[in-house]
Each structure stands twice: as structure tokens, then as C-alpha cells.
Design a protein around this ligand. Structure first.
Ligand code: PLP
Length: 402
């Protein structure tokens, strides 16, 4: 395909700073010399000869054989994200949940045990507590911020630690380096769902995580268009554990979606930094609003894990959780009065979106699990977008009658 930027060039890409990696990393220009990365909408590939087909299948010749196995546009996305994360390898997937399931199912088998933090995204919670057990994998849920709880949960057959930080929706923060130390002593692999922090604000691998998973659907696309996900790991884990599982089970990232995500990465840093700056201002404004009982934001010194946030994150995230004075009715009233901010369970978008987790994203887990995660009926979760921050602050103030 006439790719000009070959393996050797990727070495120099490793010296680039993050913004440069995001714009140029992984680019493979074809002979047409296109500026914007090409979109290879193809499921299959042709060979010059039967011998060549044989050599591709045997691995003696480099090149693609089928888009469930790999695609040049998907390759570019994977290389760019791996460069940003500082990971050896990346595997693109059809969604964030395909990435979570792909990582966990490649590590675990019947008879194994997983320890996970209690505060998880709804579907992650379902995988750990009801899907993995069907395949003979036992689980223990722990209070993520309590390192002694991780240690106490370890069994002889513990093969995996799984956590999300900051957690959806309560923004609970877990000491990644602390959990990584216990995972290493245990011989368990640490998988971190880094969706809320994004690779811009937090680098779990530098803190000792083995695997990082993303929903590309969220900040990486960032404009609410496509589903996608990614698993970051060592080259060995990708080759020996991920490929044998994912090539045959088929949670493939579509070339078009990979292309949208690849272009999304170019502006990821700018967007996340701007949205994070707005989120901090909004969190402070909500703290001063008497109609708001409590604000949860990692960059406020009232956050329960403020010290850890400052140590392991480069910003407080684009997400703000808060409790409206009163109950569900008052929370719903606030939602109904918003003029700019949309009611939506998606997040990481250029448009500010707000949701009531107890009745939407965390409805299925039940009242007890919600209480354990600290999700109250008066809690709202705001994903801060790229609008003018003052318009958002005024929208929230007007909706609370302030
Ligand atoms: C959205 C989300 C996922 C799942 O991503 P999808 O692309 O929707 O499958 C996983 N973890 C967290 C924290 C999320 O917010």
C-alpha cells in the first residue's frame, strides 16, 4: 500500500510530545500523498499469487488477510493511541464494553478469581458479578480506595484486579500505584478502565497497570458519532492472549469508526483540557449554590481522595457529580429546567450532557448496589462540553432558581 512512514519512523515518534503524537502518530501515507489519513473501507484483501496468500497466512509475509484480523485504518488508530499511552501495543474494539470483556476474558478462565472495585460503570458491574460467574470465575468486590481491602480479598486463584478511576458516576478515585503493588505481589494482572480520566489526564501504565481499556465512544470520538474501544497492553499480551481470543470471537473495530476515532485523537488533548478547565469552574460554582448539597469533583479539596487525585492525575476530569438539595423530584426538576445542557447518558461529548444515574445508567444494578456505590436519588452526573463555560454556569444557576 506504499506506506511511507515505516517501523523505523515510529521510534522517532516515541520522542514526540503528546500533542505531536496525537496529530501525527501512526500515520501511514499511501502513494496518493493524502494529508488526512485514508479510510480503507474493505473487509478483504487480494494477493498477487497463491504463494503470496499462503505466505500471508503462515506469517512469513507481512500484510492483511481479513479485516476481522486487521485493517490499515484500524492499525493507524491503534498505533496513535499506543503512542499516546506509552504502551507497547493497542487492540481496537467495537465498543468500550468489547474492550473490557476482551481484556478480562483473555486473562481469566474457569476456576480463577477476580477482585474489582465496587464503584463500576453499570455494564462493567454486570460483567464482573453476573457474566464472568457463568463461566466459572469467582469475584470479590472491594471498596476501591481502601488498599487493605484489595490485599484481604486475594486468594490463591486470584488472576486479575479490575478498577475504574475516577469511577462512574461518583468520581471515587483509587490509588493506582498502590493497587498495582498488591497486584504484582499477588501475580494478578491489573486492568484499569481509564475512560473518565482519558489518556490526557492519567497514565495508568506509568503507575504500574498492566492493561488499560478505553471506550472510544466517549472522549476519543468526543462528538457523539461512533462506538469504539481499545485495549492497551504489552506486545506479548496482545500477541499471546488478545489476538487468539479477539480474532476468533470478532469484536472488531470497523474501519469507518476507527477513522473517526483516529481523527478524534488529533483534537483530544485540546478538547479534554478545555472541558476540564470548564468542569473545575462549574464545580466551584455549584459549591457556592445553596440548592446543591454536595459536589464531587477530583480537583476540589473537599473530594475524599483529593491527595491521590493530585498525585496521579493531571486534571480533575471533564465530569462533575453533584447532589441536589431534596430528592429525586428536585433532581428531575433541575433537569427539566435546563435550556442548554442536554439530558443524555452519553459523556465526553463536545455538547454538555447530564444524567440521573439512579434511574438510567445505574438502574439495573438495584438499590442495594447503588447505595454501596454512593449513588443517591438526588445525584446528577454532568459531562462538561465545549460550550462557553459561563453559559453553562448560567444554565445551571437558572435551573436551580439561583
Ligand atoms: C461508557 C463506558 C464504558 C463502555 O463503553 P461503550 O463504548 O459504551 O461500550 C466503559 N467504562 C466506562 C467508565 C464508561 O463510561
Amino acid at each position: 500500500m506504499g506506506a511511507k512512514l515505516m517501523a523505523e519512523d515510529f521510534k522517532s515518534a516515541k520522542n514526540w510530545r503528546p500533542a505531536t503524537r496525537l496529530v501525527r502518530g501512526g500515520t501511514k501515507r499511501s502513494d496518493y500523498g493524502e494529508t488526512s489519513e485514508a479510510l480503507y473501507m474493505t473487509s478483504g484483501y487480494v494477493y498477487d499469487s497463491a504463494e503470496s496468500a499462503e505466505a500471508r497466512f503462515s506469517g512469513d509475509e507481512d500484510g492483511h488477510v481479513y479485516s476481522r484480523y486487521g485493517n490499515p485504518t484500524v492499525d493507524m488508530f491503534e498505533e496513535r493511541l499506543a503512542l499516546l499511552e506509552g504502551a507497547e501495543a493497542c487492540y481496537g474494539t467495537a465498543s468500550g464494553m468489547a474492550a473490557v470483556w476482551g481484556a478480562l476474558s483473555s486473562i481469566l478462565k474457569a476456576g480463577d478469581h477476580i477482585v474489582a472495585s465496587k464503584a463500576l460503570f453499570g455494564s462493567c458491574y454486570q460483567i464482573v458479578t453476573s457474566i464472568l460467574p457463568r463461566f466459572g470465575v469467582d469475584f470479590t468486590l472491594v471498596e476501591g480506595p481502601d488498599l487493605s481491602a484489595w490485599k484481604a480479598a486475594v486468594r490463591d486463584n486470584t488472576k486479575c484486579f479490575f478498577l475504574e478511576t475516577p469511577a462512574n458516576p461518583v468520581l471515587e478515585v483509587i490509588d493506582i500505584a498502590g493497587v498495582a503493588r498488591i497486584a504484582r505481589e499477588t501475580g494478578a494482572m491489573l486492568v484499569v478502565d481509564n475512560v473518565f480520566a482519558t489518556p490526557v489526564l492519567q497514565s495508568p501504565m506509568q503507575l504500574g497497570a498492566d492493561i488499560v481499556v478505553y471506550s472510544g465512544t466517549k472522549h476519543i470520538d468526543g462528538q457523539g458519532r461512533v462506538m469504539g474501544g481499545a485495549i492497551l497492553s504489552s506486545q506479548q499480551f496482545k500477541d499471546e492472549q488478545l489476538k487468539p481470543m479477539l480474532r476468533h470471537t470478532g469484536p472488531t473495530l470497523a474501519p469507518f469508526n476507527a477513522w473517526v476515532l483516529l481523527k478524534g485523537l488529533e483534537t483530544l488533548k485540546l478538547r479534554v483540557e478545555a472541558q476540564t478547565a470548564s468542569a473545575l469552574k462549574i464545580a466551584r460554582a455549584l459549591e457556592d449554590n445553596s440548592a446543591i448539597e454536595r459536589v464531587l469533583y477530583p480537583w476540589l479539596d473537599t473530594h475524599p481522595q483529593y491527595e491521590i487525585c493530585k498525585k496521579q492525575m493531571r486534571g480533575g476530569s471533564t465530569m462533575v457529580a453533584f447532589e441536589v438539595a431534596g430528592g429525586k423530584d428536585q433532581a428531575f426538576d433541575l433537569l427539566s429546567r435546563l435550556q442548554i445542557i442536554d439530558i443524555s447518558n452519553n459523556l465526553g461529548d463536545a455538547k454538555s450532557l447530564i444524567t440521573h444515574p439512579a434511574s438510567t445508567t445505574h438502574r439495573n444494578i438495584g438499590e442495594q448496589a447503588r447505595a454501596a456505590m454512593g449513588i443517591s436519588d438526588n445525584m446528577l452526573r454532568l459531562s462538561v462540553g465545549l460550550e462557553d463555560c459561563d453559559d453553562l454556569i448560567e444554565d445551571l444557576a437558572a435551573a436551580t432558581g439561583g
